[in-house]
Write a protein that binds this ligand. Sequence first.
Ligand SMILES: Cc1ncc(COP(=O)(O)O)c(C=O)c1O
Length: 387
Amino acid sequence: MGDSTRAVHEAEPFDEATGSLITPIFETSTFAFSRAEDVPKAISGEKGYTYSRWDNPTVRRLEAKMTAFEGGGDAAAFSSGMAAITTSVFAFIGKGAHVLAIRDLYGGTFSLFRHLLPGIGLATDLVETTDTGALEEGVRENTKIVYIESPTNPTLKLVDVARAAKIAHMAGALLLVDNTFASPINQNPLGLGADVVLHSATKFLNGHADLIAGIAVSDEPKAHAIKMARREFGGTLDPLPAWLVLRGMKTMALRVRQQNANAQALAEFLSSHKKVAAVHYPGLKSHPQHALARRQMKGFGGMLSFEVRGKMRDAMRFTESLKVASLAASLGGVETLVSQPANMTHTQMTEKERLLTGMPDSLVRVSVGIEDVDDLVADFRAGLAAV
Ligand SMILES: Cc1ncc(COP(=O)(O)O)c(C=O)c1O
């Protein structure tokens, strides 16, 4: 099936018991049994349900839909993207483990690897993002996880996913990939050799900026390990937001295609503007990894960033002058959002760490929505005129 057909129909047959066309919301914390002998099967996860922190039929449908989209064996849904990331990481590390990651990471993930894991005695290294040679040199005997994002947040750098998978596997480690920025419409890391794909479902999957959710997709044994860790860490997704993500996903293919097209047009407009010092978008021929983007991505995505020529306050002037786009954190929704990583999404980093990853004060990140592209270009033109 194609992406649009799959988005509408995958894992969502009509409800046999009632005829309900739409997936029911099983908003229940627990499940009752008429036969006590059925309990062990439900507890082991083989058949039936026990308790909604463990498993729930509405949440299951979201997991099945995402399993199909990412080409995995199973999935685990979480109450946030960070819950999906932390639980998946903890599912595969143990005493004495080493985690190797790229330097350009979402702020929360950066903090997990930079502060939280070292704080409990686990070794981590963050290395240069675009050079897989740095990953090759960075793996150790005790490396259990190689962790990457591609494209990265907020500078849209790419990591060669297939190469990173080979490096991880040669070292006996797993490759975990945060695919939030691309969405499954534009990139499928499992097909490139990754072991676990992570999403902040808050973003492109749901697409409507009205909830927080996350998901991890992998083969069946790894998903089982993640689900077992989820039982203990407890960051399971509630059935109501799971249902909202399912509803949002029905238009995911349509939305993302529009976002891809709008982002390409906006990136091209910004590239030719004299008040813009640099534009980062994998769909631009000038992007240093454009050839890699063509190889491993099906579309170039709805995210871009650019440097306003000037200082922090010049970029602030731009963001507050916009009329169609809003100044807000988060991404992947139908509305265009702009943010300044230096004072919003990446405050966990020191200035030195930010500059090392190419994130000056004047950098503006754009999550391109589905509005008419002419309105977006006009809005950005007026915003730059105000600088
Ligand atoms: C790339 C990326 N990964 C993970 C997350 C964390 O997701 P959540 O906010 O749903 O916990 C975010 C949030 O912005 C993100 O941008």
